[in-house]
Design a protein around this ligand. Structure first.
Ligand SMILES: Nc1ncnc2c1ncn2[C@@H]1O[C@H](COP(=O)(O)OP(=O)(O)O)[C@@H](O)[C@H]1O
Ligand SMILES: [Mg+2]
Length: 252
């Protein structure tokens, strides 16, 4: 079982889109994927068909619930879900004397059956707070989606610095799985410039797979369908399948 946190403190850089569609693409290849939604906004949970009722990630972190009791099915075969709730925002404000708050998720996940799940994908909020730290501490790998719309390199540098701190202080096994260029519009020179700057700074850490800007992809959440279901022959569906193949190679 490999745990991957999808992180980037910038909002709107396709974290949730990556989690939902990559989970579906890996599941299509016969792997079993558990999605944990740590963003209080709960976009991944809604997209994966959660009604908002029932046990959730807050119960897991703050109410001593067993991980297997907060798990639900999603609307995708082979994909399980630990749903978000707005209450998760309270975790960010947990009192400083709350013992081991940053490693709570890691400790709780130790009760997961590794035979049952091949991958755990964790969606995170657009902040570098307690929730994101929990995801980074629980993870084997970080996957960092980056958009090529706006200057993203400063944010990525900050994130890499935090990664090094977490690895050195809490989680020596942690590594960066890769940076995933998302919402790429190759028609613009700006996007091409950012892509080559990313390749120049991060080399092999940049995924070969890219996800291009796609109207279909932006529409899909309104129908609570991932792109493989919503438009299986689209370029975006093809790109997520390619990403899944590269993901499986990189996590071996
Ligand atoms: N490849 C893409 N093409 C078009 N729109 C996209 C693409 N990826 C993400 N989006 C849209 O961009 C917005 C932000 O994406 P989201 O995955 O919610 O980012 P985050 O979780 O990082 O905040 C959403 O409206 C989403 O539909
Ligand atoms: Mg999100």
């Amino acid at each position: 079982m490999k745990v991957i946190a999808i992180v980037n403190q910038k909002g709107g850089c396709a974290k949730t889109t990556t989690v939902v569609n990559l989970a579906a693409a890996i599941a299509e290849k016969g792997k079993r994927v558990l999605v944990i939604d740590l963003d209080p906004q709960g976009n991944a949970s809604q997209w994966l068909g959660s009604t908002g009722a029932g046990a959730n990630a807050y119960d897991l972190l703050m109410q001593e619930c067993d991980v297997n009791s907060v798990l639900t099915e999603s609307n995708v075969v082979n994909v399980g879900l630990i749903a978000s709730t707005r209450l998760l925002a309270k975790v960010e404000r947990a009192p400083v004397d709350d013992i081991e708050i940053e490693t709570r998720l890691k400790n709780r996940l130790s009760a997961l059956s590794p035979q049952k799940w091949d991958f755990v994908l964790i969606d995170t909020p657009p902040t570098l707070g307690v929730l994101t730290l929990n995801a980074m501490n629980a993870a084997n790998f970080l996957l960092i989606p980056v958009t090529t719309h706006v200057m993203t390199l400063t944010g990525v540098a900050q994130l890499v610095q935090l990664f090094e701190e977490v690895r050195d202080q809490f989680n020596p096994e942690l590594s960066i799985l890769g940076l995933l260029p998302s919402r790429v519009d190759l028609r613009t020179r700006h996007a091409q410039e950012i892509l080559s700057a990313l390749n120049h700074s991060f080399g092999k850490l940049v995924f070969k797979s890219h996800i291009r800007e796609s109207v279909r992809l932006a529409e899909a959440p309104s129908f609570q369908e991932n792109i493989l279901l919503y438009n299986p022959k689209s370029t975006a569906a093809k790109e997520y399948r390619e990403l899944a193949t590269e993901f499986l190679k990189r996590t071996q």
